[in-house]
Design a protein around this ligand. Structure first.
Ligand code: AMP
Ligand code: ZN
Length: 483
């Protein structure tokens, strides 16, 4: 299988480009990660799952990927919430980072190659600021804050295609932190903070710097973490939700290019936002669902994954409960299809994941070529799934011999690896356990899979105390009422 055949829409050039490492064999892929101040919602996971799927597609295509996704553990929200709870920032963010990892594992997301955190990169952020001041791209103000001088970088606005004259209006219109009323010392309203002088509401969360006590501005962390993970080289691909394109990614480019004098990143990968039942997600509408919310309603993480990756990433996806039910039956249709092929090869469903779901592509995708082409060509997950169902509908098992069935299973397995969809893992619950018991048992199963045995044991005891015995199988669990 020829490598380097994956194409993706690049926000920078506004065109579809072939993804290939600028140097060496490995594609350098950075993604802005979660802000760990609570559980990630399904909108966040839509973006992270799309990125995970692209990485898997590249792997199947034969391109090794260094995937770096950071943890944002230092910003206004993490500080405010930890202060409200009266716990240290570190303990607070560790708890939500752990929850994020558990959700990622349940959603069958590959772990990033490196997962740096902002707090672990304070000295690197300070040296970046020093460099920028030295080169005239940044300035310190009276209170000890430091700002980036946007007019010093001619290319500012290149990614979002905003002209200097539009920037001022953009900044004035954007809500919240960007236009901080306290920051009256700035030379221009579009200049953004690289270092924020210590404020009483920061509590103990401040660091010493040449400009006094304070903390880095949010945009800076990614520039510093990209440098440390990729040794200061130009990266190949940078991802995030579309909301990050401006100002966050624009600011990353400005900081890194002004500090280093070379291109920051070749291609930009932005995914459109998730809507819920036709509306924007928001706390006030009560539609900020988490993975646990959906589990409590009886949906498996695999069903959630299917739903969140089923629409093409450049289009807004409208998440609905009807869609979740449709995903459930789509997954079982694929399972039944695999079963008919496995019957031909006289293998059991248990062996499907280990034998066929692999990152190495078959010589030939055969009848499933269209599905693979859809993934390689701008990550068209919707067309890929459509093509898989086209093949299922043609009932190929009726005419295939064992060798033909094996070939089709190989192709299906590679596609499912790329999509991150696992079959035959949805827990069987023969007795009607209530949804909250199933959800608890699922959390325990995930804890066990993540090797968090003390939590798994505690949850087993909790289930027992509620009258349910959990029995583990190879690929899932059963629940039985305690006798
Ligand atoms: P945050 O945890 O807020 O830093 O966001 C983590 C990621 O989720 C970023 O890439 C955001 O762009 C993305 N994101 C936030 N809301 C949504 C949404 N409704 N749909 C898709 N992606 C989102
Ligand atoms: Zn970032």
């Amino acid at each position: 299988m020829a490598a380097m055949s994956v194409k993706l829409y690049d926000t920078l050039s506004r065109s579809v480009q072939t993804l290939a490492p600028a140097s060496g064999d490995t594609l350098r892929f950075y993604c802005c990660g979660p802000t760990v101040y609570g559980p990630a919602h399904i909108g966040n996971f839509r973006t992270f799952l799309i990125q995970d799927t692209l990485r898997r597609v590249l792997e199947v295509d034969g391109t090794p990927v260094k995937h770096v996704r950071n943890i944002t553990d230092l910003d206004d929200k993490t500080i405010r919430r930890s202060e409200e709870e009266g716990v240290s920032l570190q303990a607070f963010t560790a708890r939500w980072t752990d929850k994020f990892h558990k959700d990622c594992a349940a959603l069958n997301m590959r772990q990033p190659s490196v997962e740096p955190s902002a707090v672990a990169h304070i000295p690197e952020q300070i040296s970046l600021i020093e460099k920028l001041i030295e080169k005239g791209h940044a300035y310190a103000v009276e209170d000890g804050s430091v700002y980036f001088r946007v007019t010093s970088f001619d290319d500012y606005g290149r990614l979002s295609r905003l002209k200097q004259r539009d920037l001022k209006t953009q900044m004035e219109n954007s809500a919240g932190a960007v236009n901080d009323a306290d920051e009256y010392d700035r030379e221009s309203v579009s200049d953004f903070a690289l270092w924020k002088a210590r404020k009483p509401e920061d509590g103990n969360n401040y660091w010493s710097s040449p400009w006094g006590e304070g903390r880095p501005g949010w945009h800076l962390e990614c520039s510093a973490m990209v440098d440390s993970a990729f040794g200061g080289e130009t990266i190949d691909l940078h991802g995030g939700g579309i909301d990050l394109c401006f100002p966050h990614h624009e600011n990353e480019i400005a900081q890194s290019e002004c500090a280093h004098g070379h291109d920051f990143c070749k291609h930009w990968f932005h995914s459109a936002h998730l809507m819920v039942e036709g509306e924007k997600m928001s706390k006030s509408l009560g539609n900020l669902f988490t993975l646990d919310d959906l589990r409590e309603k009886g949906f498996s993480p695999m069903t959630v994954r299917y739903t969140l990756i089923s629409g093409s990433y450049r289009q807004q996806l409208n998440f609905t409960f009807d869609g979740l039910h449709a995903a459930q039956s789509a997954l079982s249709r694929i399972e039944r299809f695999a079963e008919t092929l496995l019957a031909k090869t006289e293998e059991s469903p248990d062996s499907f994941n280990t034998t066929y779901v692999r990152a190495d592509a078959p010589e030939d995708f055969g009848r499933l070529s269209k599905a693979w082409d859809a993934l390689r060509n701008n990550l068209n997950t919707a067309a890929c799934l459509g093509a898989i169902f086209g093949v299922i509908g043609s009932n190929p098992a009726a005419t295939l011999d064992a060798a033909g069935a094996r070939g089709l299973l190989r192709a299906l397995g590679a596609l499912l690896y790329a999509l991150g969809l696992e079959l035959f893992t949805v827990e069987a619950t023969p007795v009607d356990a209530p949804a909250e018991i199933v959800a608890l048992a699922q959390t325990r199963w995930d804890a066990k899979k993540a090797k968090d045995f003390s939590q798994a044991d505690a949850l087993r005891d909790e289930l027992l105390s509620k009258g349910w015995v959990v029995k583990d199988g190879k690929d899932g669990f059963d629940l039985e009422p305690k006798t």
